[in-house]
Design a protein around this ligand. Structure first.
Ligand SMILES: Nc1ncnc2c1ncn2[C@@H]1O[C@H](COP(=O)(O)OP(=O)(O)OP(=O)(O)O)[C@@H](O)[C@H]1O
Length: 254
């Protein structure tokens, strides 16, 4: 079976700084895969390269067998790879529901004339879009806040809305950049359950960057460790936790 995502030799240079150096990773359908590493290791830069925010200096990225390295972000999103950001990015002036409707823009098979004439196809697409939005509101426990302005939600709710917004566009691969940052332990537990639920019941694969080791070790099928831009180790949570090089990178020399 073709890998869902296959990354090889990924490299990103900023002037003289090699932020990502020959990183490789693969993931299969319905896997939760994490990228971990100390601060400044290059994790977000890897995400930026994979999701089209940066054009990598070198290497290849295949999504379902198709080479996507260097494609712009909107094209990669349209292919089914979507991401969240370290800092919440929502349409803060719009309502929660509107955020979920806008997210489905690429799915709505409509054009300007169809919208103007309110054709049956347009109405059907509108109805389906609304149903999908409500499905995701319920999933992330925001139904009662549907008409609230997104910017007025509590921080943890905004983070959940961001995940729902990504999911409303029906991705195959969801990339989460530090989703637990700023959450309290209860919210992190809830996030843990949500990510597993997305994989088990909505069939999505999840690529995760996260500093919360309890979360990472609890939900990951496979973990890649990077240090100073370079791949350091990879394996199951148990293998990575017991790897001497990984322990040294995190804790420094004894
Ligand atoms: N646009 C940029 N221009 C120049 N240097 C950059 C740029 N983006 C990242 N870097 C540098 O690349 C290196 C890796 O940064 P990156 O943000 O990818 O690390 P990270 O592992 O995500 O860190 P953290 O865990 O703190 O978020 C750092 O030295 C950073 O300063």
């Amino acid at each position: 079976m073709t890998d869902l995502l296959a990354v090889s030799g990924l490299t990103m240079r900023f002037g003289g700084l090699v932020a990502v150096d020959q990183v490789a990773l693969t993931m299969k359908e319905r896997q939760i895969v994490s990228v971990i590493g100390p601060n400044g290791a290059g994790k977000t830069t890897i995400f930026n390269c994979l999701s089209g925010f940066y054009k990598p200096s070198g290497g290849t990225v295949h999504f379902r067998g198709q080479a996507i390295q260097g494609l712009p972000g909107h094209k990669i999103a349209r292919l089914g790879m979507v991401r969240t950001f370290q800092h919440v990015r929502l349409f803060k002036e719009m309502t929660v529901l509107e955020n979920l409707l806008v997210a489905q823009h690429r799915l709505l098979n409509t054009n300007f004339i169809a919208g103007l004439l309110k054709t049956p196809g347009f109405r059907r697409a509108e109805k389906e879009g609304l149903e999908r939005a409500h499905y995701w509101l319920e999933k992330v426990r925001l139904t009662e806040f549907a008409n609230r302005t997104a910017g007025n939600l509590a921080y943890g709710q905004q983070r959940r809305l961001e995940i729902a917004r990504c999911m409303a566009s029906r991705p195959e691969l969801l990339m989460l950049d530090e989703p637990a940052a700023g959450l309290n332990p209860n919210e992190t537990d809830e996030l843990d359950r949500l990510i597993c639920d997305l994989r088990d019941n909505d069939g999505v694969s999840v690529l995760l960057i996260e500093h919360d080791m309890k979360l990472v070790m609890g939900i990951s099928d496979h973990i890649y460790v990077v240090n100073q831009g370079r791949p350091l180790a990879d394996g199951t949570p148990g293998q990575v936790q017991n790897n001497a090089e990984v322990i040294k990178a995190y804790l420094g020399e004894a």
